[in-house]
Design a protein around this ligand. Structure first.
Ligand code: ARG
Length: 515
């Protein structure tokens, strides 16, 4: 059937079987001199009678972004070749030739082969190279599959891989924090609420306060990796599922997925797994940003708690005295970028009708950008912390005795005074010291006795920061014993994960090995 006003150019004269040889020649000869790109969707001579516009090609081309998916696309393509043999679509020999051809393609790509100017996306690159390797047989691989289930599968595999790579780098930051923290167990500093001096804590406790958020980030990233591998899209075809009886269980097992997508429309059309990874990545950048902000602030002349090293700082082109904590600032700056990536993806997904839509091609730009940024930031942050000096003398000197006001109130509570009344009495003392322009511990004992009869001269002991810290040995507190336990917990968090026992193994382990 010829449409009433079809496109200009040659019309196919064939029947349902396709073009006649003459028709094909006519179409081929009408093609402009421009080199014909390798296309997965036919191009001129198939559905299309005219070359696509350069502006379309420039916009449509995603190979600059998605080329890095090639190891995963090769892997899933090899699994697909086997599945096609298993389904009786390919002979064993053809399936094996396809696998060997894909291995050859992978070797070339690993050796630095790259896209050619006409290649639309990574799937096109591999398809083209496969036909260069094994000729016409290459055209049989793309049976019963679509780039829609292909790209969703490759992206999920990439996510799982990225999560493993990020985990190593987050752990390295945690390890530096832990090493530095463990070496400072006797040092004391002010802790801040509202950025006002609040109470003394051990320096170890402050530093480990940045360790645990990263530990939760690692758990979130790992969960995002598991989510990515929880549902294999391959076999979903373009939207309705493959028409060939491929074993999706075989595919799932060979690709390391833990489950199959339950719905082909959903499998090709959603990118919630990317959003989960981006959220975990963004929250990680938020935590790195807070760590960076503490260090930048404490590295200022006014605080002077931290002195930056030289390998991870930069100088000024104008001011000779400067040593700038660029690494920490860039870590802080990455948060905006990652949040932008997460936001871009969520906005892209929000209005999409069901099934695959080309908007989804933008998912990888956001995903790769956030992960790439973290891959750069994490080692630099680890290095910057490793080389900085913690000026514990300055930290100790910054402790005003008013930080122990709560401890003085607690002292009165131990003597039977209600906390509310104790708070009021100590508040009066703090005001007296402030009015006199002296430290709280410089007030004469007579002042304490005048404010509350329960004070005895041993109140001065309550004004020492060491005593304040020693009183806080409950779990999670800054007391020395609690901090030692915290360090142990942090060390075991960084130990390599043990295999989770399953089924019978668990029963045996729970029974202490007895059978
Ligand atoms: N480059 C595409 C993407 O990233 C691959 C899928 C293309 N599918 C299609 N029907 N054109 O989403």
């Amino acid at each position: 059937m010829t449409p009433p006003d079809g496109p200009p150019g040659p019309q196919l004269s064939g029947t349902a079987g396709g073009a006649t040889a003459d028709g094909v020649r006519a179409i081929a000869s009408s093609t402009p001199a421009r080199a014909r790109a390798h296309r997965l969707w036919g191009g001129v001579g198939g559905r299309f009678g005219a070359e696509s516009a350069p502006a379309l090609e420039a916009l449509n081309r995603s190979v600059g972004t998605d080329f890095r998916l090639w190891p995963f696309d090769v892997r899933l393509s090899k699994a697909w070749a086997v599945a096609l043999w298993d389904a009786g679509v390919l002979t064993l020999a053809d399936s094996q030739r396809l696998e060997a051809g894909l291995d050859a393609v992978a070797r070339r790509l690993a050796d630095g082969a790259g896209p050619e100017p006409g290649d639309e996306d990574v799937h096109t690159v591999i398809d083209r190279m496969l036909s260069e390797e094994i000729g016409a047989l290459a055209a049989r691989l793309h049976t019963g599959r679509s780039r829609n289930d292909q790209v969703a599968t490759a992206t999920r595999l990439w996510c799982a891989d990225a999560v493993a790579a990020l985990d190593v780098r987050v752990r390295a930051v945690q390890q530096v924090l832990l090493d530095r923290a463990a070496a400072l167990q006797d040092a004391i500093m002010p802790a801040y609420t509202h950025l006002q001096q609040a109470q003394p804590v051990s320096v170890t406790h402050w530093l480990l306060g940045h360790f645990w958020p990263l530990e939760r980030d690692r758990a979130r990233l790992a969960a995002a990796g598991r989510t990515a591998l929880a549902a294999l899209p391959l076999g979903s075809g373009a939207i309705a599922g493959s028409a060939y009886p491929v074993s999706r269980v075989l595919l799932k097992e060979s690709l390391g997925f833990s489950g199959l997508s339950a719905n082909s429309v959903d499998a090709v059309g959603d990118r919630d797994f990317v959003a989960e990874l981006l959220f975990a990545a963004t929250l990680l950048t938020v935590h790195l940003s807070r760590l960076a902000e503490d260090l930048i602030l404490f590295g200022s002349t006014e605080f002077g708690f931290v002195r930056f090293g030289e390998a991870f700082t930069t100088g000024s082109s104008m001011m000779p005295q400067k040593r700038n904590p660029d690494v920490l600032e860039l870590a802080r700056g990455t948060t905006g970028r990652a949040l932008g990536d997460l936001t871009a993806l969520l906005v892209t997904l929000k209005g999409l009708p069901s099934g695959y839509n080309k908007d989804l091609q933008e998912d990888k730009r956001a995903l790769f950008d956030a992960v790439d940024a973290l891959q750069l930031v994490l080692p630099a942050v680890a290095g910057a912390i490793e080389e900085m000096t913690f000026r514990t003398d300055r930290m100790r000197a910054a402790l005003a005795s008013a930080l122990m006001a709560t401890d003085v109130a607690d002292y009165l509570v131990r003597k039977g005074v209600a906390f509310r009344d104790a708070h009021r009495a100590v508040g009066t003392l703090v005001r007296m010291a402030e009015d006199g322009g002296i430290e709280l511990d410089a007030l004469p004992f007579a002042a304490f006795a005048a404010v509350h009869p329960a004070f005895t001269p041993d109140v001065l002991d309550a004004l020492s920061p060491e005593a304040s810290i020693a009183h806080r040995n409950l779990a999670g507190g800054t007391g020395a014993e609690a901090v030692r336990i915290q360090i142990e917990a942090a060390r075991s968090a960084l130990e390599p994960p043990r295999e989770t026992p399953r089924g019978n193994e668990w029963t045996i382990a729970a029974a202490g090995g007895a059978r």
